[in-house]
Design a protein around this ligand. Structure first.
Ligand SMILES: NC(=O)c1ccc[n+]([C@@H]2O[C@H](COP(=O)([O-])OP(=O)(O)OC[C@H]3O[C@@H](n4cnc5c(N)ncnc54)[C@H](OP(=O)(O)O)[C@@H]3O)[C@@H](O)[C@H]2O)c1
Length: 278
């Protein structure tokens, strides 16, 4: 359960319900890793803006609840597709089914970090981290782009991380893969800008999702983290809604190659210069 956040809309209103003015009806968006956390919320936000949403998940049963919820909204359509992003063949098969249709928006969200001292990784876990976070995005872009080029229109949003732009102890391999996602974003933006395709990186800070559930059970660590975040709380998946819908909009056509940090300000450095008053 999310903590209440003061808002002019009441004690707590999901951000996706207050993203206004952007109409995504008639466009199809694929969200990878849409069975949990940020992926679920992203799919919900795009659907609320009217998009037809494809939930690309490893285990279709994981997306059942969000598919039902989106259906109940009565806006755009929703479909679930099974995909294993660690398999090029699986991505190619999905692209063959969807690439020729009106895929307009690709959200490369699937991935995940391992927090571990660098020397405690073995070759397999180093490899797996980069595969899970960088190769998945590379392959998905490679397969989604030809259809977008043919249609002369596309929006690619790569989910990066605050580790795309800053270093954190224990997150070296993850940060390296996320830095790669940011670089990929800039280069593809340059490649495909002439074809009406924008490519941006949306970089969450420290969000409270299942992937880092154990960390958030450690009260001392949460207090340490919260103290360093200017808005004084960890992120929650719907904090990304307005940014996702904004970057996915047709009207964001002149914004490309950018990394948008949605991190409560932690990337500012956030070190207290004044002594704490008791
Ligand atoms: N939470 C944060 O603080 C934070 C911060 C910055 C960036 N991010 C990034 O945001 C994205 C979403 O993370 P989250 O926090 O929402 O965590 P999450 O709930 O663990 O979501 C990650 C999703 O990626 C899917 N996935 C992983 N490998 C896959 C593969 N090979 N094929 C298909 N799906 C795969 C997972 O599916 P399964 O359930 O089948 O494993 C899961 O649904 C991740 O890329 C993460 O690195 C998160």
């Amino acid at each position: 359960m999310v903590e209440p956040i003061a808002s002019r809309f009441g004690a707590y209103t999901p951000a996706s319900e207050v993203v206004e003015g952007i109409d995504l009806s008639g466009v199809t968006a694929i969200v990878t890793g849409a069975g949990s956390g940020i992926g679920v919320e992203t799919a919900r936000a795009l659907a609320l803006a009217g998009a037809d949403v494809v939930l690309a998940v490893r285990r279709p049963d994981a997306a059942e609840a969000v598919a039902q919820e989106i259906n109940a909204m009565g806006k755009g359509s929703v479909r679930t597709e099974q995909i294993d992003l660690s398999s090029f063949r699986s991505i190619r098969a999905l692209a063959a089914r969807w690439g020729e249709r009106s895929l307009n928006i690709l959200i490369n969200n699937a991935g995940g970090g391992i927090i571990r001292p660098f020397l405690e990784h073995d070759a397999a876990s180093l490899r797996a981290t980069v595969d899970r976070n960088l190769w998945t995005a590379l392959w998905a872009c490679h397969k989604a782009l030809p259809g977008m080029v043919r249609r002369n229109y596309g929006r690619i949003i790569n989910i990066g991380s605050v580790t795309s732009v800053a270093g954190y102890a224990g997150l070296g391999p993850y940060g390296a893969s996320r830095g790669g996602v940011r670089q990929l974003t800039m280069s593809l933006a340059d490649d495909w800008g002439p074809h009406g395709i924008t490519v941006n990186c949306l970089a969450p800070g420290w969000f409270k999702t299942t992937q880092n559930k154990v960390m958030y059970e450690d009260k001392e660590w949460v207090a340490y983290l919260t103290d360093r975040i200017p808005v004084k709380r960890p992120g929650q998946p719907d904090d990304l809604d307005s940014a996702v819908v904004f970057l996915a909009a047709e009207s964001s056509r002149y914004i490309t190659g950018q990394t948008l940090l949605v991190d409560g300000g932690i990337s500012t450095g956030a070190v207290r210069a004044l002594p704490k008053k008791s």
